[in-house]
Each structure stands twice: as structure tokens, then as C-alpha cells.
Design a protein around this ligand. Structure first.
Ligand SMILES: [Zn+2]
Length: 339
């Protein structure tokens, strides 16, 4: 399987939490959390269309300033999806600057905020050229996929599901998932004398959108064939959709714990915070964080394929192998530090 989601922990396991996810075949990116972005050049930031923010602690959210900075004067929309109160936090950031000249910009940047509030959504927009006033766009239904888990973003190729965890404040966790993964077999293409290329993109979209075998797609050269024919010849093979989960900052306690497990269920890859070693378990509890062993246990209960731990307390610099070992022992599967 050639994955669609290519995640990278931008600041390493000790730095501010932010995962940049490159979406293969979409020409764009998205962020899971939005800590310090100075380690990134402007290009991947400008290719990002969404940030899924767990909570507004500074280390998870200060990167929004960088996104706004790069986006000024550009025709672009950037959406933040976040926990209760996120629209007010965004507004607070924007009120911290002077916007007297933005009405002269030719290009209209717009910031959007989808706020999670007790499982309901509310959409706000902040148009740049008007000086970023906060505009209420009303309630948004968030479909429930299982108890406590709701869809906060959906498009044909994938969707993002969120659950609310407890970090003393409501804190969201996210999962990105494809309905099905569409693989293209190079050997089958060769047999039919077809070159791989951009013509495959709408084919993939159609299959992911659930169109039937009779749906006609266009081959290079203009001839159309039904999707079913490409499936029959093995040009297209379907496998289970890719699933990527992200859990940052939560207390090891119900009901958040069960939700985190449900969210991460069967993920190919889980990024999970692991702020403390077991020797500091009390401290982890006091700070509403997980230990590395708890991250491993969460991954085991959820049956994930691979675990990556991050968000380590700075006092463990040089002790990464211990964090990895505690997580691996609890998980019983592969654990890494990134990317
Ligand atoms: Zn944190």
C-alpha cells in the first residue's frame, strides 16, 4: 500500500506538538496540533488547509500566528478545528495585532474556526480584508460514528473523527481515515499498455466515493471504460483504508480513556503523548498527562499497528530509551520516536 497520509512530527519528541500530514495525490497538507512552526519553511505551511487542534495550551497552538503571517495577502482559506472556546482564543490572538491596511489587499485570506461544543459544531469565519471580525456562521451537525466519536471533517478521500478527552480542560483527539485505500498496480497498467498519470486521480476519487462498477472513467487518449473493468484487470486493488490517530494530553481516567481507545481502534499508526516515565506517574496524574507505559497500554487496547510517542518532559533528555522501553513493554508492538 502506498499510503495517502504521510505524517511527520515537526519538532521531535521534546518540542512543541505538531504533526504535518502530507496528503499524497492531493497536493496539500494538514496539521495535527499547531505548536511552534519555525522549523518549517513557508511552502508546506501554505499548502496546509486545516489544523486539528487538541487544546489551546500555548505549546499546541502558538503556530497559528505563523500560519496567519504567511497567509496574509493570499487568496486562501485555512480552517482550525478545535475544542470548546477555540473561536474566542483565535479572536484573542487576532485582536493582538493592528489591521488598518488589510482592506487594501487584493487577495482575500479567510480564517475559519469549527468549534466543538458538547459534540455539536459551530462555525466562525474571520475575513482578513475586513480586519478579521468574528462572524458566526451557525451550528454544524457533527455525525456520530460511535458513542462520543464525531466527524469533524469529511471529504471523498478521507474524513477526520474527534473525541473529547480530559486534560483538566476539554481536549480533543483526532483520527484521520480513508473509507478504502485504492492501490494502482503498475504491472497491470503495463499489461494494458497504460501509463500511470493524473488520469488515475479521478478514478481513485470515484472508487473512494463509492461509485459502482458501471461508473465510466476516462483513459489517457480519451476512451472511457467502466471502473469495473479496471478492477477486473487488477489495475485497481482495494485494501483497508489508512487510519492515523493522534492523542495528545489526557488523563488516564474514564470516560476519556475509553474514548481514546475507541478513537485509536485499529489505527495503522498512533501518535500518543508520553510525557512521563512510570517513576513520575503521580506527576503525570497531577498534570493530566500520560506516562509512556500508559501510552503503550492505550495502543495495546486499541490494537494499533505502530505507536509513536512524543511530548516528553524536558527533564528526560538523554533518557529516551527508557521512555521507549516502558511504552514497548506495555504495548507489545513496535514503538518509535518519529518522524
Ligand atoms: Zn501538552
Amino acid at each position: 500500500m502506498r499510503p495517502t497520509f504521510h505524517p511527520r512530527l515537526v519538532n521531535g519528541p521534546f518540542g512543541d506538538p505538531v504533526v504535518l500530514v502530507r496528503l499524497l495525490g492531493h497536493g496539500r497538507n494538514l496539521f495535527l496540533d499547531l505548536g511552534d512552526l519555525h522549523g518549517l519553511p513557508a511552502r508546506p505551511v501554505l499548502k496546509a488547509t486545516h489544523a486539528f487542534v487538541t487544546h489551546a495550551h500555548m505549546d499546541h497552538f502558538c503556530g497559528l500566528d505563523t500560519v496567519i503571517r504567511y497567509s496574509l495577502g493570499r487568496e486562501r482559506v485555512f480552517r482550525v478545528v478545535g475544542p470548546p472556546g477555540i473561536a474566542e482564543r483565535v479572536e484573542g490572538k487576532l485582536r493582538g495585532y493592528t489591521w488598518n491596511l488589510v482592506h487594501t489587499y487584493d487577495q482575500a485570506f479567510r480564517l475559519e474556526v469549527l468549534e466543538w461544543e458538547n459534540g455539536r459544531g459551530r462555525l466562525w469565519t474571520f475575513p482578513c480584508r475586513e480586519g478579521f471580525p468574528r462572524q458566526d456562521q451557525g451550528a454544524v451537525d457533527l455525525a456520530e460514528v460511535e458513542p462520543g466519536l464525531r466527524v469533524v471533517h469529511a471529504e471523498t478521500a478521507f474524513r477526520v473523527v474527534a473525541a473529547e478527552l480530559d486534560h483538566q480542560v476539554p481536549c480533543l483527539a483526532f483520527r484521520m481515515e480513508e473509507p478504502v485505500h485504492v492501490n494502482v498496480a503498475r504491472d497491470a497498467l503495463d499489461r494494458l499498455g497504460l501509463e500511470p498519470g493524473p488520469w488515475l486521480r479521478p478514478v481513485k476519487r470515484a472508487v473512494q466515493a463509492g461509485s459502482g462498477p458501471d461508473h465510466e472513467v476516462r483513459l489517457p487518449g480519451g476512451r472511457t471504460v467502466p471502473v469495473g473493468e479496471l478492477l477486473e484487470h487488477g489495475v485497481i486493488r482495494l485494501t483497508r483504508g489508512q487510519r492515523l490517530a493522534y492523542v495528545a494530553d489526557c488523563l488516564w481516567a474514564e470516560p476519556g480513556l475509553s474514548r481514546a481507545v475507541a478513537l485509536a481502534r485499529d489505527a495503522h499508526l498512533l501518535y500518543c503523548e508520553a510525557a512521563f516515565l512510570e517513576e513520575d506517574a503521580r506527576r503525570a496524574r497531577e498534570r493530566y498527562h500520560l506516562t509512556a507505559a500508559q501510552a503503550g497500554e492505550l495502543a495495546r487496547r486499541a490494537g494499533v499497528g505502530e505507536l509513536r510517542i512524543f511530548h516528553f518532559s524536558p527533564k528526560y533528555r538523554g533518557r529516551e530509551p527508557e521512555l521507549l522501553a516502558e511504552a514497548a513493554e506495555a504495548f507489545g508492538g513496535p514503538v518509535g520516536l518519529g518522524p
